[in-house]
Design a protein around this ligand. Sequence first.
Ligand code: B1M
Length: 210
Amino acid sequence: MTDFNKIKETLVSLDVQHLIELVNEALKKGTSAVDILNDGLIAGMDIVGEKMENEDMFIPEVLMAAQAMSQCVEILKPLLGDEGSSTKGNVIIGTVKGDLHDIGKNLVSMMMESAGMEVYNLGVDIAPEDFVSQIREKNAQIVCLSALLTTTMPMMKLTVDAIVEAGLRDQVKILVGGAPVTQEFADEIGADGFAADAGSASKLAKKLAA
Ligand code: B1M
């Protein structure tokens, strides 16, 4: 049995080498990549978030935890794929302007790619006008917006507004996600959908692109 608490503790203590060993050991034992991700790494990042809030961990340490998590996600990546045939429809995804969080957004991107979609990951701190120009350039049918801060959620609304103003609203389905985002907020800003995690984001995008 994999000890998920050990994975969480090792992520929080920033022992990257040991963390990588634990992830590899868990895989060897037959633990699923999804369980390692959800019950080990994401649960560990939640503890990091609490410690950050209580000022028991500071930004450089949080960044180290984020980098450690990203290295482990690279190991899990080939095993996280969703089955299914290739889907038509280009997807663009980015974290909205003012927001630098990218781990969750990268997971969403990865799951969509492994579900056969053509995904253009624009990165972080993406301004509404850049989403608009990328929709045109990539001829996107689906746009995914990520936000991790309550202060950057309004930027999602501004991005939706910019897409409407550019006359592109009928061309694209807009999906939103990120820890503080809810279905209610998605409805309020006129998005087409909300997904709470990478797996459901990928399923929703596939459904909308079909
Ligand atoms: Co930040 N941070 N951070 N941070 N950080 C949070 C988000 C916070 C909750 C921590 C806390 O206080 N408890 C808090 C936000 C509070 C709030 O707004 N209510 C916070 C804060 C305050 C800040 C700063 C303001 C701190 C400061 O400077 N004083 C600052 C802001 C910088 C900025 O963006 N402008 C800041 C900075 C940072 C770092 C740079 C140090 C680092 C980010 C590094 C990186 O991403 N490369 C960081 C981190 C790591 C976190 C926490 C600890 C972890 C985030 C994470 O990666 N989670 C976070 C606390 C937490 O979330 N528990 C915190 C793991 C990831 C897999 O989950 O991103 O939720 P998540 O993604 C999920 C779903 O949300 C969903 O699917 C993903 C996978 O299942 N999803 C989508 C995400 N995007 C989607 C898009 C979709 C669909 C689903 O489109 C359709």
